[in-house]
Design a binder for this molecule. Structure first.
Ligand SMILES: Cc1cc2nc3c(=O)[nH]c(=O)nc-3n(C[C@H](O)[C@H](O)[C@H](O)COP(=O)(O)OP(=O)(O)OC[C@H]3O[C@@H](n4cnc5c(N)ncnc54)[C@H](O)[C@@H]3O)c2cc1C
Length: 371
């Protein structure tokens, strides 16, 4: 049977697409036209962002040169942003003005941050998108830790917000600085996808390391240097970090089906996606990786004229959150344990993950600093 050469476009070099790039062999890639489109040549590995904030690693340690990785495998890389998708003509429109036809498209462009109404002079730091956060963080470090007792507010109550607050505390300790850290969430407990018992334990760990946790407090407005809690109390800050969940991408409005498809030739994965069968689909790098592995298998099937597979949602994912100096909490379903061992495991997993995309990284550094 003669194989028709197809054009497969991967829009965005998020966690899911890195799995697809990894999955296909150069031989398979050479039989079709595989194109990766992303605004930057790098992808940042979010699992290591808390350690960057804690001052234990450098930006280069969590940078994956995704364009190089894809090009080495035989992808064409286009440095641009997808601004819209024409689902009738099967084309993507790029910010640079080009329009490119596809036979199969996969979208993995991350979620859209929900901005909080803010005074222009308040300069909140948004953790997402990472492409924007990383330069903001470089800038922040120049004078963000110079005050003797800085006050930080972290807005959010999920795993990422917990890790950012813990990382700031570790950083202050490392600098021999005191300082106040407030974690402000509109939820009634932290990490609501976990059991109540685990949420309580996480909250206790934060309190134990001197982080003040404010629950049931929506931050609707950020003033120049304070927020107002529902009690009327003002919380002043020197710096404020927003680590709230992102919304699905606005480029494609439809939700994905059980095969992670929007239509027979468009897949979507990661934080930028909502799934019709799972309204509370967890948004995490682990989920994006899992979805990417699934899309890769389905792509291979489609390219050999088979139908795609249904996505099998795992009952539990392994989460490991940094909760203090030299400790992390491992969560697997209702099982949870905190200590040095989970931190060691997290560091090992993170190092192994980043290494799969690089051969020249001196990744032993990930174990060294701050331990
Ligand atoms: C501090 C922090 C720590 C976290 N730690 C963990 C953790 O330990 N474990 C975990 O599972 N999850 C963690 N998360 C969550 C995780 O970061 C996200 O769920 C994950 O990054 C989602 O990945 P993604 O593949 O959807 O997209 P992203 O990783 O956000 O990548 C999106 C990509 O698309 C590109 N892009 C954006 N717009 C366009 C466009 N218009 N056209 C083309 N390309 C575009 C971007 O440049 C980027 O390359 C953490 C989050 C934070 C904030």
């Amino acid at each position: 049977m003669i194989k028709m050469k197809k054009t497969i476009i991967l829009a965005g070099s998020g966690h899911a697409h890195l799995e697809i790039i990894k999955y296909f062999s150069p031989q398979e890639i050479s039989e079709h036209e595989f194109i990766l489109i992303s605004p930057y040549r790098q992808t940042y590995y979010s699992g290591l962002i808390p350690r960057l904030i804690a001052g234990q690693i450098e930006t280069s340690d969590l940078t994956i040169n995704s364009a190089d990785f894809a090009e080495k495998k035989g992808f064409q890389f286009i440095q641009d942003s997808v601004v819209s998708v024409n689902q009738v003509e099967n084309t993507v429109q790029l910010m640079g003005g080009k329009s490119i036809h596809f036979d199969i498209l996969s979208m993995n462009i991350g979620g859209t941050p929900l901005l909080i109404d803010s005074e222009p002079s308040s300069y909140p730091t948004y953790l997402r998108p990472f492409d924007r956060f990383l330069p903001d963080w470089q800038q922040f470090q120049k004078n963000g830790f110079t005050k003797p007792n800085p006050a930080f507010i972290v807005v959010g109550g999920g795993a990422a917000a917990v890790e950012v607050a813990s990382a700031l505390r570790i950083r202050l300790e490392q600098n021999n600085q005191a300082g106040a850290i407030h974690l402000v969430s509109n939820g009634s407990r932290l990490c609501q996808s976990y059991s109540e018992e685990i949420s309580t334990a996480i909250q206790q760990s934060l309190i134990n390391c001197g982080i003040q946790v404010h629950l049931n407090e929506a931050v609707n407005h950020i003033s120049e240097n304070f927020i107002i809690l529902s009690t009327g109390e003002r919380k002043y800050f020197d710096s404020i970090f927003v680590v709230t969940p992102t919304a699905p991408s606005k480029i494609i409005h439809q939700k994905i089906n059980s095969c992670l498809q929007i239509s027979s030739c468009i897949f979507s994965a990661g934080d930028g996606t909502a799934m019709s069968d799972y309204p509370h689909l967890p948004r995490s790098g682990v989920m994006a990786v899992h979805q990417g592995q699934h899309i890769a298998q389905s792509l291979r099937r489609i390219l050999s004229n088979q139908i795609p597979l249904h996505f099998q949602m795992k009952n539990s994912h392994l989460n490991i959150l940094i909760t203090g100096k030299n400790k992390a909490r491992l969560v697997w379903g209702n099982f949870s344990i905190e200590g040095y061992l989970p931190l060691f495991l997290k560091n090992w997993i993170d190092q192994r993950y980043v290494q799969t995309f690089t051969s020249d990284k001196t990744s032993h550094r990930l174990y060294k600093k701050g331990e």
